[in-house]
Design a protein around this ligand. Structure first.
Ligand code: GLC
Ligand code: CA
Length: 555
């Protein structure tokens, strides 16, 4: 296996709006990030993925970009960005920019031009279609409710938006679009950034003829109808040649609808496209099984979770590379979802981290995950900020799919806003996030869940993450060892091994709140505990695992 720095790295994701506010306007910003770089350094991450900081009207918090080469006013200036980049590099931290090029904002100058007339030079930068039988051009839906088409009376046509109305899809089949996007990316590369996380990059190539797809919960086909389209690999290879090869970059493609077979092409080991992808199968384990909708309170099925992750671990072992994540800005908090928010919050947060970080792949830590931050006690719809949550609330209630009460319970459990409450720095007002009024509520549990307290306390979740990251630097087997699952049918335990030459690790995780008996394979009985979430672990032939217990044994 070829060694690469991005296989050995740990990425810390920052959602700038919610990270740290330096000027008291209630919104996190670039200077706030610069102030906190030492914290990231102390944790041990060596790459930051920065969610979008570009100019944006903020319909989708920066994922709707109106100028790719300008900084969002609320976040600061280009000088602030340059200072942050230099300060990160001084600390040995690389910066991955979020590249959002499946769509732009409807306020981007390309779209402003495009909608003016059918013969505007920018018309074909987007996807315009006339009505079909007096109605929508096809049955595609927006990821954020309703149809994926918006009627524009200037030219009596519809434009495609797989996300919000304010996020029109770019037409990647137009070579000029690709040229302009690549030029913009090279401008950032020349600035010295270290790579890209590519937003829904699997959706950029649409099936010719835009055929109808299978309808989901709300009656429309999901955005995944456009996943892994006919030219996506060709366009990414072009991007590799024209941009990514110009520097020593790291790339991770967010690939909605990606299958393992497709991922092998995206991440092929000859490095012609991307370094790794974010796949979604393990994030869908608690979706509604009938319609695949995220608006469900289905509990995760561990057997299925293991089957998925094992298939990905084995599948990309030689032919690609995995990214490892259990949380990001689009997912509810992982302890609330897969662990325990109450008595076992810290123990279960550490167990989930152990399970994730010990696999083969590059781990991603989402801000606050390293503190065991939880979902927030949102009340009514007025507490929510996310376009997806607000639209789904209105649509699904209007369609009679859920009552208001049911929908609020679902949002509280699954909304993306759960990940977006402010980072909890200390126990002062507003968790030390802002001196002003925060743009979204602060989780009241900041009084006891906060960075200051955890950095001070040796047995905190923070220190546990720090140790996991340190172990990865010390032991090559954690990066490059191969993965094999044990007891795939066990409903409560996740056990796997890692192997590199003669070396071997055993990872033991109890996903339940009950005691569980487990037989430790003989070859590990003389082994050494590398890390564990209870202080007094001893290796025995038959161990009784405590609630959410996890440990790693080195043979
Ligand atoms: C990706 C982003 C998400 C955003 C969407 C549209 O899924 O992670 O936050 O809303 O793309 O850009
Ligand atoms: Ca601010």
């Amino acid at each position: 296996m070829t060694k690469r720095w991005w296989k050995e790295s740990v990425v810390y994701q920052i959602y700038p709006r919610s990270f740290c506010d330096s000027n008291g306007d209630g919104i996190g910003d670039l200077n706030g990030i610069t102030e906190k770089l030492d914290y990231v350094k102390e944790l041990g991450a060596d790459v930051i993925w920065l969610s979008p900081v570009y100019q944006s009207p903020n319909d989708d918090n920066g994922y709707d970009i109106s100028d790719y080469q300008a900084i969002m006013e609320e976040f600061g200036t280009m000088e602030d960005f340059d200072r942050m980049l230099a300060a990160a590099h001084e600390r040995g931290i690389r910066i991955l920019m979020d590249l959002v090029v499946n769509h732009t904002s409807d306020e981007h100058k390309w779209f402003v031009e495009s909608r003016k007339s059918t013969d505007n030079p920018y018309r074909d930068y987007y996807i315009w279609r006339p009505a079909r039988d007096g109605g929508l051009p096809n049955n595609w839906g927006s990821c954020f409710s309703g149809p994926a088409w918006e009627y524009d009376d200037t030219t009596d046509m519809y434009y495609l938006h797989l996300f919000s109305k304010k996020q029109p899809d770019l037409n990647w089949d137009n070579p000029k679009v690709r040229e302009d996007v690549f030029a913009m990316m090279n401008w950032w590369i020349d600035k010295g950034i270290d790579g890209f996380r590519m937003d829904v990059i699997s959706l950029i190539s649409k099936e010719p003829g835009l055929p109808d797809g299978i309808p989901g919960l709300n009656g429309y086909a999901s955005e995944c109808v456009s996943a892994n389209g006919p030219h996506v690999h060709e366009y990414l290879q072009e991007m590799r040649q024209k941009v990514l090869n110009n520097a020593d970059t790291m790339t991770v493609g967010e690939c909605a609808g990606v299958t393992l077979e497709e991922a092998k092409k995206y991440t092929r080991s000859d490095e012609k496209e991307l370094n790794m992808v974010f796949q979604f199968e393990h994030m869908d384990v608690d979706c509604d099984p009938a319609v695949g909708s995220k608006w469900s309170r289905q509990k995760m099925d561990l057997v299925r979770y293991k089957e998925i992750l094992t298939r990905w671990e084995k599948g990309l072992e030689e032919n690609g590379w995995n990214s490892l994540y259990i949380q990001n800005h689009d997912q509810p908090r992982c302890v609330s979802r897969f662990g325990d928010e109450g008595e076992y919050r810290e123990i279960s947060a550490k167990m989930l981290a152990t399970c994730n970080h010990m696999m083969q792949g590059t781990p991603y830590v989402y801000q606050g995950e390293e503190l065991g931050m939880t979902n927030a006690p949102f009340g009514g719809i007025e507490d929510y900020r996310d376009v997806e949550s607000i639209n789904a609330y209105h649509e699904l209630i209007a369609q009679g799919k859920f009552t208001e009460e049911e929908m609020l319970a679902l949002l509280r459990y699954r909304s993306r806003d759960n990940a977006r409450t402010p980072m909890q720095w200390d126990d002062t007002e507003n968790a030390g996030f802002t001196a002003g009024t925060p743009w979204i509520m602060v989780n009241p549990n900041y009084t006891f869940i906060n960075a200051e307290e955890q950095v001070k306390r040796e047995d905190s979740v923070f220190h546990y993450y720090q140790k996991l990251i340190r172990l990865r630097r010390e032991k090559e087997i954690i990066v490059y060892g191969t993965y094999d699952v044990l007891l795939p049918e066990d409903e409560n335990l996740y056990l796997y091994t890692r192997t590199l030459g003669e070396e071997k690790l055993l990872v033991v995780c109890n996903f339940s709140a009950c005691g569980q008996k487990v037989d430790i394979p003989a070859e590990f009985l003389q082994g050494k505990i590398l890390i564990g979430n209870y202080s007094d672990v001893s290796v025995r032939e038959t161990a009784v695992l405590r609630p959410y217990e996890a440990f790693v044994i080195e043979k």
